[in-house]
Design a protein around this ligand. Structure first.
Ligand SMILES: [Cu+2]
Length: 147
């Protein structure tokens, strides 16, 4: 009994560690992410975000992406992304303000991106958001580097 408990504790600790430098965020046909906050341990070198579109609608009508930028750059990244259009996944090509970006996906699809945590600064506010037209007001959240 005691050893079973120890095994369970070990497994729990292991799965918590394994999840530290990656996360999965899902998006829906109702224009939502399933979370408004992502915590990243500062000990991570890289951090992988997988975006999973759990809806059924195609990307031509309900596409989603996952973009990371400084909070102060968000509005400009979104408006430039809108001008860049669908063939650029609603992100201006070579936009240096974009820290990480996935492509736009439709219902049932997944995609992921790995970002370099060393590019982030401790005292800076970061937001993640969807740049598909009209989505960011409902689809955005805070990206926090945890000490
Ligand atoms: Cu979206």
């Amino acid at each position: 009994m005691k050893s079973l408990l120890l095994l369970l504790l070990t497994l729990t600790a292991f799965s918590a560690m394994a999840q530290d430098c990656k996360t999965t965020i899902s998006a829906s046909d109702t224009m939502r992410y399933n979370t408004s906050t992502i915590h990243v341990p500062e000990t991570c070198d890289g951090f992988t975000v997988t975006l999973s579109h759990r809806g059924k609608l195609p990307k031509s009508v309900m596409g989603h992406n996952w973009i990371l930028a400084r909070k102060d750059d968000m509005q400009q990244v979104i408006s430039d992304g809108l001008r860049a259009g669908p063939h650029n996944n609603y992100v201006k090509p070579a936009d240096s303000r974009v820290i990480a970006a996935t492509s736009v996906i439709g219902g049932g699809e997944r995609t992921s991106v790995t970002l370099d945590i060393s590019r982030l600064e401790q005292n800076q506010e970061y937001r993640f958001f969807c740049t598909y037209p009209g989505h960011y007001s409902l689809m955005q959240g805070t990206f926090i580097i945890a000490a």
